[in-house]
Design a protein around this ligand. Structure first.
Ligand SMILES: [Zn+2]
Ligand SMILES: [Zn+2]
Length: 460
């Protein structure tokens, strides 16, 4: 085989577990992100952008060395300077690191940040799960009161309502704090010790490291009906905090389902945890032949139907070297949320705005037509109305240019011919109504602004 034929035979594809977002999909991502940005702004959150990779140690310290993400799912690498780095598997660690590094606690009496970006986890690829996936999340620093928990939950609920997703469940629980969680842990371990012979092999392994995970084991969870749950062990302060969060939610028209068995996969949560799920997305169990090691983490970290999750992490900032600042946050999966909207058939129509096509007839008109094209494209008023302008096929016959305009679904066509050029005019054709009129070239922009109303550009 010659060198050339080897080169020819290589067929590049997106790396396993990753996906391309084509224009039809990015339109939906943009709508989701725009909705989130606007709403988070109303709740007083401001955007932060942190790097997609951080020191590996940061994730060890924040997520906990024994969590599934850290043990099995991180993309870890060494750079040329021998530094141990990792692609971020979630957004909180980086935001907390930035919060500490830039002393935001000192300069911002209230620090509320949101982020939008890709995350990376080496999960076993399956429907709707990607190794590079997008999250939208928010972190709220410096408010220890139940009002902050309720506010964050209401923000998430308002977002899903605004998106038109009605089939949504908000599971809520409190994981207690340093006073009551150890007591609960002991009671749970004692109970499980007696049940050990009947536990599945994953749970036997989890018992020592993180017995809480057994609560949402699909095999043992439903079977062990008398498993003690955290709510019987809450200390006075945790009980008061939880009651306050639920009563605030009730008063503000929020919804929640108290789920005492809800535990999140990450070690850093204290008190409030929540998970947003929908039945629009069915269960996606990995096939039984799949590698257990890889499948396990998916089941635990991002349980079936889960769209978003979050909670309070009052000790995390201190734990990774910052001041003693309470915090809470959440993140939603963009792909999962858009899948749910699609399944519920409430996905808003993707829009590309209104298209105007510029055509020319005759070689002498080409420079003037090209100049017109540039003038329209650089006009900020047309830009604000999402009016896009196509052209640049002036070498083709006029008929071929108009056919192209039609195929591109252009709304209007601006034709520059020899006669138009001499008279300082253009022909303005409406392709939907098949009507045309001559107008002075100078009046073209104001004419376009007249015929394309402000909303039309956004909702064609
Ligand atoms: Zn189990
Ligand atoms: Zn407590």
């Amino acid at each position: 085989m010659s060198y050339n034929s080897i080169v020819m035979s290589v067929k590049f594809q997106a790396v396993r577990g990753t996906h391309d977002l084509l224009p039809d999909q990015t339109a939906h991502f943009q709508q989701l992100e725009a909705r989130a940005r606007a709403l988070f702004g109303q709740f007083g959150f401001h955007e932060i952008r942190t790097p997609t990779f951080e020191a590996l140690e940061l994730f060890h310290r924040s997520l906990g060395e024994t969590t599934d993400i850290v043990e099995k799912e991180m993309y870890v690498f060494e750079d040329r300077g021998g530094r141990k780095l990792a692609l971020r598997p979630e957004g909180t660690a980086g935001v907390v690191r930035a919060f500490i590094e830039h002393h935001l606690a000192q300069t911002n009496p209230v620090c509320k940040l949101f982020y939008i970006g890709p995350m990376f986890r080496a999960e076993r690829p399956q429907a709707g799960r990607y190794r590079e996936f997008w999250q939208i999340g928010a972190e709220y620093f410096g408010n220890p009161y139940p009002e902050a928990d309720a506010e964050l939950l209401l923000m998430v609920q308002t977002l899903y309502r605004a998106l038109g997703l009605t089939d949504v469940q908000f599971k809520l629980n409190s994981l207690g704090d340093a006073t009551c969680r150890p007591v609960y842990r002991r009671a749970l371990t004692d109970y499980l010790e007696a049940e050990k012979p009947g536990l599945c092999e994953d749970c036997v392994r989890r018992m020592a490291k993180n017995p809480f995970r057994i609560l949402d084991c699909k095999i043992d969870g439903p079977r062990l009906k008398n498993l003690p749950t955290i709510d019987s062990f809450w200390c006075g302060d945790c009980r008061i905090h939880f009651k306050a969060v639920t009563s605030l939610l009730e008063k503000a028209g929020g919804q929640y389902v108290f789920t005492p068995r809800l535990v999140r996969g990450l070690d850093y949560y204290t008190r409030t945890v929540f998970e947003v799920s929908t039945s629009s997305l069915g269960a996606q169990d990995p096939p039984s032949s799949a590698s257990k090691e890889e499948g396990l983490a998916s089941k635990q970290e991002r349980s079936q139907g889960a769209l978003a999750a979050g909670g309070r992490y009052d000790t995390l900032v201190k734990q990774i070297g910052g001041p003693d600042v309470p915090a809470l946050g959440f993140a939603l999966g963009s792909e999962r949320t858009l899948d749910a909207l699609k399944a519920a058939k409430t996905q808003p129509a993707a829009s590309r705005g209104v298209l105007v096509f510029v055509a020319a007839q005759g070689e002498e008109t080409v420079p003037a037509a090209f100049q017109l094209l540039q003038e329209l494209r650089s006009n900020p008023q047309l830009g604000e109305r999402h009016i896009s302008v196509e052209g640049g096929f002036f070498q083709k016959k006029l008929g071929a240019q108009l056919t192209l305009a039609d195929r591109l679904d252009a709304r209007y066509c601006v034709i520059m011919g020899q006669d138009e050029l001499e008279k300082g005019e253009i022909t303005f054709r409406s392709l939907k109504e098949s009507t045309q009129t001559r107008i002075p070239r100078q009046k073209l922009i104001s004419h376009l602004l007249d015929v394309i109303p402000a909303e039309a550009g956004i909702q064609p």
